[in-house]
Design a protein around this ligand. Sequence first.
Ligand SMILES: CC(C)(COP(=O)(O)OP(=O)(O)OC[C@H]1O[C@@H](n2cnc3c(N)ncnc32)[C@H](O)[C@@H]1OP(=O)(O)O)[C@@H](O)C(=O)NCCC(=O)NCCS
Length: 190
Amino acid sequence: MASKQHAEGHTVSYSQTTLTELMIPAYANFGGKIHGGTLLSLMDKVAYVCASKHAGNYCVTVSVDNVHFLAPAEVGDLVSLIASVNYVGTSSLVVGIKVIAENVQTATVKHTNTSYFTMVAKSEGSTKAIVPPLILESAEEIRRFAAALKRRRLRSYVTGRMDDYKADFTVDEETHSFLAQERCEIRLRD
Ligand SMILES: CC(C)(COP(=O)(O)OP(=O)(O)OC[C@H]1O[C@@H](n2cnc3c(N)ncnc32)[C@H](O)[C@@H]1OP(=O)(O)O)[C@@H](O)C(=O)NCCC(=O)NCCS
C-alpha cells in the first residue's frame, strides 16, 4: 500500500541532476577503458538523486532498461551523467540518463550511453510512497513521458509472455528442433 499523498506536482527541471566525475586509472579495465560497471554505478547514483528529489522520499532501484554502451570512456575523461524524470506512475518513476564523456585537451565530447532506471519511492517503514505528478513543460518532455509509458506497457506484455513460457516449459522434441541450428551441443547426463 502506498503511504503518502502529494497533491502538487513538480516540473522536470525541479529534479534534473547532472553528476560529473573524473575517470581515474582505478576505474579502467585491462584494455585501458573505463569499466561498464563503474558507469552503471554512477548511473544508479544519479538516478537515485534525481528520483528522490522528485519523490521527496528515498527511492530504490527496481529495474534498468536499455543499457547500450555506444562508445568507451577513457581515463582522464570528464564523464557527465545528465538525469531527469521522464515518467511517474503511482509509486514508481522512470529516470532517463544520458552519459557523455569529455576529453578536455581535445575538447571532444562523446555520447557513451543512455539508459532508463525505474525507481520506487519508499517512506518510513519501507512502505511504497505515492510520487507527485510530473509537470510537463515542453513537447520533448511530453514525448519522453509517452515513450516511457509505451515501454512500461510493452514490458508488462513481454514479462507476462515470459512468465507463461517459463510455467509451460518442458524439454521435448520441439525444444530440440528449436535449438537445432544454435551453437550448442546437447550431451545429456542421465
Ligand atoms: C521494488 C519493490 C518496492 C516492488 O514492490 P511490490 O510490492 O512488488 O510493488 P508493485 O508490484 O506494486 O510495484 C511497485 C511499482 O514498481 C513498478 N515495478 C515493479 N517491478 C518492476 C519492474 N521489474 N520494472 C519496472 N517497474 C516495476 C510497478 O509497475 C509499480 O509502479 P507504479 O506504482 O508506478 O504503478 C520491491 O520489489 C523491492 O523493494 N525490491 C527491492 C529493491 C531494491 O532493493 N533495489 C536495490 C537493488 S540493489
